[in-house]
Structures are given as C-alpha cells and as structure tokens.
Design a protein around this ligand. Structure first.
Ligand SMILES: [Cu+2]
Length: 511
C-alpha cells in the first residue's frame, strides 16, 4: 500500500514539474526571452545566497547538536593513550578542511550572485596567470605538507611496536565468518605457534600442540578482559576473507588479512566503570536502556567497550560484535585464573581427539598442580562419604608401557601427587587395584593387573610411604568400567584405582 502511494506521489510530482516547465515556456514566449532570462538569473542568484546561509547555519548547528555522538568530543573521549594523538590529528585536519569548506562555498554562491546576468556585461577570459597558478599551488601544498608530516608523525607514534623486553600482554584475534576467535597466552605470557595445515574441526586455529607455549593458551568464551594501564599487543589474522579489528573507543582499527598477520599496540587508560561514570554526566546517557522498561537500568550503566568487524565481510558481519571489559590488574588476574587452557580442557587426552593430540596418553608437567588438587579433593570427599563407590578413586594419569608393568616417566606427576596426599593425611590407608581390558588371555591379564598395582605400591614405598599403609590387588578384566567393544571403552578399562580403606579423622588438615 505504502509503495503504491509513494509511486503515485512520484508520478504526480513529475506531472507538476512538467506542467511548471510548460507554463514557464509560455510566459517566456509572451514576455520575450531576454526579460525572462534576467528575471530568472536574479531569482537564482538570490535563492543561491539564501541556500548558502541556510546550508552553513545547518552544518554548524547539526555539528553542535551532534557533538556528543562524535569521537573526541563530549563523553566519547579516547579510552586509550594513543587515541589522543589520533583525535588531535582529526581536529587539525578538520580545522583546515573546515576553512576550505566554508570559503569555497561562500565563493561559489557569492560569485554566482555577483556575476548573474546583466545586460551588456561581457565575460572576461583569462587564458593564463602565473601569479594565480603559484598561489593556488603553493597554499594547498604547504597545508598538505603540514598535514602529511603530522600524519606521518602520528603514524610512527601509534604504530610503534613493543620494544624488546617491554612489559605487555599479547593477545591474538582471528577473524572468520562470522566471529572473532580471541586467544590469550596463559600463564607463560606467550602465544603458541600455529600452522594452518593443522586446522581441524577440533583445532580451529591450527595450534601446533607440539609447541609447549600452546599448552596453556586460553580461548575465552564471550567475556573478554583487559587490564587498565597495560600495553596490549593484538596479533590480527583472518581465516577466510578480509575482516577489520575495530575497537572504536580505543581508536584501534586494523585490517585482518588472510595470510598476512597485522598487529596493533594500545594501552587502555580508562576502565569500563570509569568510562561509564564519564557517560553518566550526560543527559542522553541517563535515559533508560530499554524504552519498554523506563524504570530499568540507564544507558550509561549498560555501556560496554565493543569489538566490531569494520569490514563488510558477508551477511553475518554484524554478529562479530564482542565485548572487552577493561578492569584493574587485580581483577584481570582473577579473571585469567578462572580461564582454562584450551588444549588441556578440549584436546589433551579427550575422547576422539587422538589425531590432534601429540601427547596422547601422556601427562604434561603443567598438569601436576591440577592433578594433585583433584586427588586431594577426591580423598577428602572419600573420607567423608559413606558410599562404597565414592571410596574408589581412579588414577587417570598413570600409564604403563604396553603389555608390561613398567611405569612411564610421565606417571610420576600423579604418583608424586599421591605421595603428597598420603603425607598430608598420615592416617590414610589405601588399596591399589589394577584392571585391564579384555584383549588377550584372561589369566595373563589378571597377572598383569596385579603386577601393575604392585608397581605403583613399589613406587610409593620408595618415596617413603610405609608399607603398612598400602595394599595392592589385581582384577584383570573382571571389573570393566566401560564396554570393551570400542577403543575408548577399552582405554577406560585399563586403569589403576585406589580405595580409601579408613575414615579420615575430622581434624585432618584442610587443603
Ligand atoms: Cu568480518
């Protein structure tokens, strides 16, 4: 319906324009060409002047009214250190182009007015004027040189990379249709290497897990944090098409180019809550965030620093929005502690990820602390529990050479953790139980499971745990924990468990 009305209006306006044209032609014929031309040019000249004034006033008024929406003005001051340099660069450019903008418009309409048609006036043609040529080449050249030099200076300040050994954090942003994969370096402060040939459905970034720097790398969920006052270097890449890493409040904007890593270094100088307090001073930010809920939170309370993709990379482009929260160093450290390593939680020794895991069925040194914590917690709850199943604790990180009772070297992390737990609870007595899968001869399996349990007991004894506290038993394939049909089930069945034999006194030390 609306479309039909718009179409009708369009047709009617066209008819009116054609009719006005016809009437003008007729009057011209009646009054004579010359007189009409004179009338028309006087009208045009005055309309031009009125337009000039109206236009310039509108430009100034709208810029003034919209100033709080413009970066660098009102509340939207730069939240990063280098942003101030860029904002001043924009201001200086705006100053010079503003002068040119106003002057050329005045000249354009003023000359149209001054040199409107007058009877008997002849046009004067200047074929060449050296003085004019020099002026209108020299002035823009000087202004341009000034702007370009300032721009180059700003570029050198803004794009300066971190120096060798300079304190900073490096994160990585990989653009893909349609989200940003953000990677943090974990406790070692270093991002692991990537190889695009290693990209799989499970390993989206193609992280090379043979590189120990990858082991603790974090790929956080929706929430991203940065510490205030700390230099951040963002490594920027793309997996498919051009994207653009844009943090407007920090004046950070850089293309993410497939096959060509780029970077941006910036230092956030205002936390999210400080920026909110700044916005709070402006009435438009005190309006309700949700118009349907006038008593709900105000706009300033819901403000977040946004990461956008500033490249039209496809139809889901808008959905690449992410939020960065800038907080104090302490809050940032606390957040990092809650984040788990992508490799350890998603790939390492996880069912079905064997192809991606170069350390399959092995335990890594950085797992030791978590293993000990889990063992200690399990023993504590086993000591408190009455149910027999809770008394049995599986040792996930103890491995043997195939078909033998020889412990692999990486088993020491969990064995040492067990030694520490047994030392922590001096009254704790345990029984170690070996189990196998059902591959091969049952009698041989039974024997192997006994030897394996004994080999764990042997290790614990050599580390100073009294023999009276330890028992061992083997059950072969008689007590499977899972089906023996699949490799993953058989893997679960090959195991050493221990049973907590006595209740722990309630005055045992807290962890
Ligand atoms: Cu994009």
């Amino acid at each position: 319906m609306t479309a039909i009305i718009i179409l009708l209006c369009f047709i009617l306006v066209s008819v009116v324009v054609v009719q006005i044209g016809k009437v003008t032609e007729l009057t011209a014929q009646i009054k004579g060409e010359r007189a009409t031309l004179k009338d028309n040019s006087l009208w045009n000249a005055w309309i031009g002047l009125v337009f000039l004034v109206g236009f310039l006033v509108a430009v100034i008024v709208s810029a003034y009214r919209m100033r709080n929406l413009m970066f660098g003005y009102g509340p939207l001051k730069s939240a990063s250190e280098h942003g101030v340099v860029l904002d001043s660069l924009f201001n200086i450019t705006l100053f010079f182009t503003g002068i040119v903008f106003v002057l050329t418009h005045i000249a354009l309409f003023y000359f149209a007015f001054k040199y409107r048609y007058k009877e008997g006036r002849k046009a004067k043609f200047i074929s060449h004027d050296n003085r004019l040529e020099i002026w209108w080449t020299a002035i823009p050249a000087v202004v341009m040189a000034f702007l370009v030099v300032r721009g180059l200076n700003a570029w050198n300040v803004v794009m300066a990379d971190v120096k060798e050994g300079e304190d900073h954090i490096e994160i990585e942003a990989t653009g893909q249709q349609f989200n940003w994969i953000i990677r943090y370096p974990g406790a070692d402060g270093k991002l692991g290497t990537r190889d695009f040939k290693m990209t799989t459905g499970n390993n989206q970034l193609g992280q090379d897990f043979r590189d120990a720097k990858n082991w603790d790398d974090i790929i956080p969920g929706q929430e991203l944090y940065l510490p205030v006052g700390k230099k951040v270097r963002v490594r920027i890449t793309a997996k498919d098409v051009l994207h653009n890493f844009d943090l407007p409040h920090f004046r950070v904007k850089m293309d993410a180019v497939p096959g060509m890593p780029t970077y941006f270094v910036f230092t956030p100088k205002m936390t999210t809550s400080e920026f909110r307090q700044e916005l709070r001073k402006y009435p438009e930010w005190n309006e309700p965030f949700d118009v349907a809920d006038p008593s709900g939170p105000k706009r300033w309370e819901k403000f977040e620093y946004e990461l956008a993709c500033a490249e039209l990379c496809g139809k889901g482009h808008y959905s690449m929005r992410r939020v960065f929260r800038v907080v104090s160093q302490e809050e940032y450290d606390a957040w990092v502690k809650t984040q788990e390593s992508f490799y350890l939680t998603q790939i390492h020794n996880k069912d079905g990820k064997e192809a991606e895991d170069p350390f399959w069925d092995q335990t890594l040194p950085l797992e030791a602390a978590a293993i000990e914590k889990k063992l200690s917690d399990d023993v504590k709850s086993a000591g408190e529990s009455e149910t027999p199943s809770a008394k049995s604790i599986r040792l996930d990180n103890i491995h043997f050479a195939t078909g033998s009772a020889n412990l692999t070297t990486d088993s020491k992390y969990e064995l040492d953790a067990l030694v520490n737990v047994l030392t922590k609870y001096p009254t704790l007595n345990i029984s170690l139980n070996g189990h196998t899968d059902n591959v091969g001869d049952a009698a041989a399996n039974l024997e192997l499971s006994k030897q394996r349990a004994a080999s764990v007991v042997n290790y614990l004894s050599t580390r100073g745990i009294g023999a009276s506290r330890l028992r061992s038993a083997g059950f072969g394939d008689t007590q499977p924990a899972d089906s023996n049909e699949k490799p993953s089930g058989r893997r679960k069945n090959r195991r050493v468990e221990f049973n907590v034999l006595n209740a722990l006194p309630s005055d045992e030390p807290e962890s």
